[in-house]
Design a protein around this ligand. Structure first.
Ligand code: ADP
Ligand code: MG
Length: 707
C-alpha cells in the first residue's frame, strides 16, 4: 500500500499497540472512539455502497452527525488510502475549510498539508501527497477554469449545500455537466436540512440518504418584548444563565459580526468582574476574520468547573459544531450580502434570520442532551416577520465575477445555464453592465481580452481592473501592494482602552489625499523595516515595529504573501511589474480608472453625492481624508458602509478630468465648451453623468438581458 500515513490511520488499533507515547496514544484513542460514536458511523457501510453505485448521492443529516469530518475519511479508507484522484470537499466558508481540514488531519494523525490539506483564496496548504483536500467552493469553481473536467478529483463532496452560497449553486450546474461526461466521478452533496429533494431533482432524482439523527428536546423561550439592544439583551441572558444554572453547560450566542461579537465579549468580561467569586467563564469569540489560532480555541474543553461561552456569527449555525452546548441565545439577526439597488453594489446588511435558521440555531442546544434556546425576539415576530427559508445568495447579490467566470468558461448564453434557482434577469443584466463598464465585456456581451486577463486573478473584477490599469500606467508594483492590502483583514488595530495611542500612531502614516496611498505607505515602511531586520538587526524587530505602531502584524505578513501570488499571476500574463517611484499621481489615476463609477462630488462642508446614483454619503470617519481634514471636491471610493449614514470607506481624491477621461461613456463636463485640461477642471466646471450615454447604458442593459 503506497500511502503509509494513510494506512496508519485506517489500521489505527495496530498503531496504538505499538505506540510508545501512551499519552498521545490515549488522546488519539479517544478521538477514534469519538469517531465511532458519531451517528454517521452506524450507517457507514450502506452509505459507502450507495456512493459506489451512484454518480451523485445527496446526504441529509443533522449538524454534528459527522458528514464533514467523516465522509472524506470513509472514502479514503475505502480506497485503502489511494483513491485514483483526490477527494475534494468544498465548504462555503473559509473558516470551516481550515478548521475541518485540521480536525481531519488530527483524526488521521497526519500533519496538515500532507495527506490532508486545504486551499482557500491566497492560502494553499496542500502538497503532492494530498489526497483529501478541503477548500472553499470558490476555489473549486476557479479550478474548473484550468481543469474543466476536474480530472484531479475522483470524488467531490459538496458540503453544506443547504447554505446555497453563490459559488456552490454555480458548481451544481458545472458538476451536473461534468458527471454526464465523466463516468468515474462521484459527487456527494450534503445538506443539514430536509430540502434535499431539490438537490436530488436537480441531479435527475439521484438517491437521498438520511443519517438517522439523535437529537434531544430543546425548550425554546421567546422574549416578551423586542429588546432595544440585542447585544445588551444577550449579555443579560448569558449572565442570568451563568449565575443560576449549574456548571457545566456551555452557552452559544449568535450575533452578527465582529463588532457586536467583540462588544458582547467585552461587556461579559466587565460584568464578570462585578460579581463576587462567580464560577469562571471562558469567553470565546468566533468570526471569519479572527486569527486561526484563536478560532481553534472554541473546540477546546473548558477547564474543570468553568463555563464556556462562545459568541459566534452564523458560522456556528451549521458549519462548525462544538460539543457540550446546552444553551443557545439567538439574536435573531445575521449579516447578509445583499445587492443594494440604491447604491448599485453589494453590501453586508443586518437582516432578520429565517425561521429555518432559527430552528437550526435552537437545535445546537440539543446535541448532547436536553437544552434550552432563548430567542431575543417575540413569538409574534417569529411567526409574522421571519421568512420561512432563506433566499439563496444567487438571487440577492451582484453576479459580476460569476458572470465573467462563466463567460470565460465559454458559457455565453447565461440564461440557458442550468441554475437550480435562476438569478433575477435584472441582476444578470446589471452585472453585465458593470463588466461592460470595466471593458471586460464588449457591446455584444462577449468577453474581451481585458476580461480574460481579469479572470486570471482571484479577485473581484474592479480590483483586477486596478492591477491591469497599474500595469498599463507603469505603477503595477504599487497597485499590487494596494490590492494586497485591501484583501487582508484590518491593518490598523484600535484596541479597547488604547484608542488614543493607536489613533496617534496611525496619524503618522496618513496620506491626506488617499486611503489607498496610506496603505501603500504603511506597507513600504513595513517592508523597509523587515528588510533591515533580515539584514541582521533582529528578527523580532518587525513584530515590535507593528506593536509599536498598532499595526496588525499577521495582516501585513498575509499582505506580503497575497502580493507575491498576485505578482506571479501578473508575470504569467506577461505584464511588467514596474514601479512609479514617488510619482503617486499615477497610483491615484489607476484607482480612478478602475473605480470611476464609484465617484462622488462634494456637496457641502461634509457631505458628498454619488455621481452615478445621486445619493448623499460621507467620508468614513476612519478614512485618511476625514482624519486629515482634507475633503477634496471629487473622490472615488472602494466600498460603502451603511450604519446610521452611508459612509464611503477607502477613498482617493481624483481630478475630475480623470473621471471624464476614464469614464467617457458616463461622464462629461457640465459646461462642454471647457477644455479637458486638468487646470480648467477644478470645482468650477462640474462633472456630470451624460444623459446620452446613460441612454446607451440602458440600451445595453436591455439588449444584454436577452443574452
Ligand atoms: P456535520 O458535518 O455532520 O455537521 P461534523 O463532521 O462537522 O458534523 O462534526 C462531527 C463531530 O466532530 C462533532 O461532534 C464536532 O464537535 C467534532 N469536531 C469537528 N471539528 C472539530 C474540532 N476542530 N475539534 C474538535 N471536535 C471537532
Ligand atoms: Mg458539516
Amino acid at each position: 500500500l503506497a500511502d503509509t500515513d494513510a494506512f496508519k490511520a485506517a489500521t489505527f488499533s495496530a498503531h496504538l499497540r505499538n505506540n510508545e507515547n501512551s499519552n498521545r496514544a490515549s488522546a488519539l484513542g479517544e478521538i477514534q472512539e469519538k469517531r465511532r460514536q458519531l451517528p454517521i458511523f452506524s450507517v457507514r457501510d450502506n452509505l459507502m455502497r450507495l456512493i459506489r453505485e451512484n454518480a451523485v448521492v445527496v446526504i441529509v443529516g443533522e449538524t454534528g452527525s459527522g458528514k464533514t469530518t467523516q465522509l472524506a475519511q470513509y472514502i479514503y479508507e475505502e480506497t485503502r488510502g489511494s483513491p485514483r484522484g483526490m477527494i475534494g470537499c468544498t465548504q462555503p466558508r473559509r473558516v470551516a475549510a481550515v478548521s475541518v481540514a485540521q480536525r481531519v488531519a488530527d483524526e488521521m494523525c497526519v500533519k496538515l498539508g500532507r495527506n490532508v490539506g486545504y486551499t482557500i483564496r491566497f492560502e494553499d496548504e496542500t502538497s503532492a501527497e494530498t489526497r483529501i483536500k478541503f477548500m472553499t467552493d470558490g476555489i473549486l469553481l476557479r479550478e474548473t477554469l484550468t481543469d474543466p473536467e476536474l480530472d484531479k478529483y475522483s470524488y467531490v463532496i459538496m458540503d453544506e449545500a443547504h447554505e446555497r452560497s453563490l459559488n456552490t449553486d454555480i458548481l451544481f450546474g458545472v458538476l451536473r455537466d461534468i458527471v454526464k461526461r465523466r463516468m468515474d466521478l462521484r459527487v456527494v452533496v450534503t445538506s443539514a436540512t430536509l430540502d434535499a429533494h431539490k438537490f436530488s431533482a436537480f441531479f435527475g432524482m439521484c438517491p437521498i440518504f438520511h443519517i438517522p439523527g439523535r437529537t434531544h428536546p430543546v425548550d425554546t423561550f421567546f422574549s416578551r418584548t423586542l429588546p432595544h439592544d440585542y447585544a445588551e439583551a444577550a449579555v443579560r441572558q448569558v449572565m442570568q444563565i451563568h449565575v443560576q444554572a449549574p456548571v457545566p453547560g456551555d452557552i452559544l450566542v449568535f450575533m452578527t459580526g465582529q463588532e457586536d461579537i467583540e462588544a458582547v465579549c467585552g461587556t461579559l468580561a466587565e460584568r464578570m468582574m462585578l460579581l463576587e467569586s462567580p464560577p469562571p467563564m471562558l469567553i470565546l469569540p468566533i468570526y471569519s476574520q479572527l486569527q486561526a489560532d484563536l478560532q481553534a480555541k472554541i473546540f477546546e474543553p473548558p477547564p474543570e468547573g468553568s463555563r464556556k461561552v462562545i459568541v459566534a456569527t452564523n458560522i456556528a449555525e451549521t458549519s462548525l459544531t462544538v460539543d457540550g452546548i446546552q444553551y443557545v441565545i439567538d439574536s435573531g439577526y445575521c449579516k447578509m450580502k445583499t445587492y443594494n439597488a440604491k447604491v448599485g453594489m453589494d453590501m453586508l446588511l443586518l437582516c432578520p434570520i429565517s425561521q429555518a435558521s432559527a430552528q437550526q440555531r435552537a437545535g445546537r442546544a440539543g446535541r448532547t442532551g436536553p437544552g434550552k434556546c432563548y430567542r431575543l425576539y417575540t413569538e409574534l415576530a417569529y411567526t409574522e416577520e421571519l421568512h420561512v427559508g432563506s433566499v439563496p445568495e444567487i438571487q440577492r447579490t451582484s453576479l459580476s465575477h460569476i458572470v465573467l467566470l462563466l463567460k470565460s468558461l465559454g458559457i455565453s448564453d447565461l440564461m440557458s445555464f442550468s441554475f437550480m434557482d435562476s438569478p433575477p434577469s435584472e441582476n444578470v443584466a446589471k452585472s453585465m453592465l458593470d463588466l461592460w463598464t470595466l471593458s471586460a465585456l464588449d457591446d455584444e456581451g462577449r468577453i474581451t481580452d481585458t476580461g480574460r486577463m481579469m479572470v486570471a486573478f482571484p479577485l473581484d473584477p474592479p480590483l483586477s481592473a486596478m492591477l491591469l490599469s497599474g500595469a498599463k500606467l507603469g505603477c503595477a508594483s504599487e497597485m499590487l501592494t494596494i490590492v494586497a492590502m485591501l484583501s487582508v483583514p484590518t491593518i490598523f488595530l484600535r484596541p479597547r482602552g488604547a484608542e488614543q495611542q493607536s489613533d496617534a500612531a496611525r496619524e503618522k502614516f496618513l496620506v491626506a489625499e488617499s486611503d489607498h496611498l496610506t496603505f501603500l505607505h504603511v506597507y513600504e515602511r513595513w517592508r523597509s523595516m523587515s528588510r533591515t531586520s533580515a539584514a541582521g538587526v533582529s528578527t523580532c524587530d518587525s513584530a515590535a515595529w507593528c506593536r509599536q505602531h498598532f499595526i496588525n502584524a499577521k495582516s501585513m505578513q498575509r499582505a506580503a504573501e497575497v502580493r507575491r501570488q498576485l505578482q506571479d499571476i501578473l508575470a504569467q500574463l506577461g505584464l511588467a511589474c514596474a514601479s512609479c517611484g514617488a510619482n503617486w499621481e499615477l497610483v491615484r489615476r489607476s484607482v480612478c480608472e478602475a473605480y470611476f463609477w464609484q465617484a462622488a462630488r462634494r456637496r457641502n462642508l461634509v457631505e458628498y453625492t454619488s455621481l452615478r446614483s445621486n445619493f448623499p454619503c460621507c467620508v468614513h470617519p476612519g478614512s485618511a481624508l476625514a482624519n486629515s481634514g482634507y475633503l477634496p471636491d471629487y473622490l472615488v471610493y472602494h466600498e460603502l458602509i451603511m450604519t446610521q449614514k452611508e459612509y464611503m470607506s477607502v477613498c482617493t481624491q481624483v481630478d475630475p478630468a480623470w473621471l471624464v477621461e476614464y469614464g467617457a461613456r458616463f461622464y462629461s463636463f457640465r459646461d462642454s465648451t471647457r477644455s479637458l485640461r486638468p487646470s480648467d477642471a477644478g470645482a468650477r466646471s462640474g462633472v456630470d453623468l451624460v444623459a446620452q450615454d446613460g441612454a446607451e447604458a440602458s440600451r445595453y442593459i436591455t439588449s444584454s438581458s436577452k443574452l
